[in-house]
Design a protein around this ligand. Structure first.
Ligand code: FEO
Length: 160
């Protein structure tokens, strides 16, 4: 496998590790009685699986072969919904930085097809960071107002 395909293979791992983290957050929220946030994380888990799939398909299309790596055990508990979403935001920033490094590598190699494929992920990361940041901001404003927290939980539960 060439250097670019190896780096993309690593990104399949990163996306699956994201999925694993968000499924862990899903079960945390479910256990804490925040069904809306649990639903939000479940949808996010599915999105991350599809991101891993997109990159995996691309590697196949380029004649490479994905080698799946072992995933680390994700964190299982957070001190509050705010702490969990702060961790999700931080994680998305990490993923954005991984994607940007891949784009740099593709540019260095003059690998236009890979750069083009990654353009979708660059835009997706802008959206993912903005969404997570917005939720963190709202949860900070809600603070310890329990009724507002449950109302917001119900709103996040509407994510399709
Ligand atoms: Fe696929 Fe949330 O990065």
């Amino acid at each position: 496998m060439n250097k670019m395909l190896k780096a993309l293979n690593k990104q399949v791992y990163e996306e699956l590790a994201s999925a694993y983290l968000y499924l862990s957050m899903n079960t945390y929220f479910k256990a804490e009685g925040f069904d809306g946030m649990a639903n939000w994380m479940y949808k996010q888990w599915k999105e991350e699986i599809s991101h891993a799939g997109k990159i995996s398909e691309y590697i196949n299309d380029r004649g490479g072969r994905v080698e799946l790596e072992a995933l680390p055990k994700p964190q299982v508990n957070w001190s509050s919904p705010l702490a969990a979403f702060k961790a999700a935001y931080k994680h998305e920033r990490h993923i954005s930085s991984c994607i940007h490094k891949l784009v740099e590598l593709a540019r260095k190699d003059g690998d236009l097809p890979t750069e083009n494929m990654l353009a979708w992920f660059v835009s997706e990361q802008v959206e993912e960071e903005a969404t997570a940041m917005d939720i963190v901001d709202k949860l900070e404003k809600i603070g310890d107002n329990i009724s507002a927290l449950y109302m917001y939980d119900s709103l996040l539960g509407q994510r399709e």
